[in-house]
Write a protein that binds this ligand. Structure first.
Ligand code: ADP
Ligand code: ZN
Length: 210
């Protein structure tokens, strides 16, 4: 199964991608995580992406398209994958098509902007391994400490309130048109994000089995 998760930043794509990964045994591919790892390792691609990412802007299409091209040829993608955070622009979606990738379904997780802003302030990530947490929805076992590796939990620079506004504006302008793009191809499934993660997961699974 080849899937795309669409939705505003902070709509919960990453969390749902993990649930789909566990249930269907296909890898969840997050361009955001790949870029953050490159940034941390100081690679050339990381350096290119840094200023955009920290300002809450989209990284240029050719950079992310390159990332995805390299990732999808890896052997764990043979039976499918879940794309979390890609495509985010029409040219990125067109690039997927021209790579010959046959997407089965696109699940769009809808969450109103006001809720997004409130949620983002509670997001934390592990400074060491990148695992994500939330002060309300996904607490670590010990406050401030990563369950997976014991690293320190910090707020992402781009989760600062001013930056969140910029990211939401960019989402509406550049990414939201993808709903139409995939609706026209008959692939779009809309899920309304719920208060409880597990309730959203039920709706996501229902959309995938529909
Ligand atoms: P979120 O978890 O809020 O959805 P991500 O972790 O997916 O955010 O992405 C964080 C940042 O990484 C984006 O704001 C953008 O700068 C960059 N990025 C990730 N994926 C893409 C993409 N497909 N196109 C352009 N920029 C991207
Ligand atoms: Zn960690």
């Amino acid at each position: 199964m080849k899937l795309i998760l669409l939705g505003a930043p902070g709509a919960g794509k990453g969390t749902q991608a993990e649930k789909i990964c566990d249930k269907y045994g296909i890898p969840a591919i997050s361009t955001g995580n790949i870029i953050r790892a490159a940034l941390k390792n100081g690679t050339e691609m990381g350096l290119k992406a840094k200023s955009y990412m920290e300002a809450g802007q989209l990284v240029p299409d050719e950079v992310v398209i390159g990332i995805i091209k390299d990732r999808l040829v890896e052997s764990d993608c043979e039976n499918g994958f879940i794309l979390d955070g890609f495509p985010r622009t029409i040219p990125q979606a067109e690039a997927l098509e021209s790579m010959g990738v046959a997407i089965d379904k696109v699940v769009d997780i809808e969450v109103p902007d006001e809720k997004i802003t409130a949620r983002m302030s509670g997001r934390r990530v592990c400074a060491k391994c990148g695992a994500s947490y939330h002060l309300l929805y996904k607490l670590p076992k010990t406050a401030g400490i990563c369950d997976a590796c014991g690293g320190e939990l910090v707020q992402r620079k781009d989760d600062a309130p001013e930056t969140v506004q910029a990211r939401l504006a960019e989402y509406h302008e550049m990414t939201e048109p993808l709903k139409d793009f995939y609706a026209k191809l008959g692939k779009l499934k809309i899920v309304h994000g719920q208060e409880e993660v597990a309730d959203t997961t039920k709706l996501v699974f229902a959309a995938l089995e529909d």
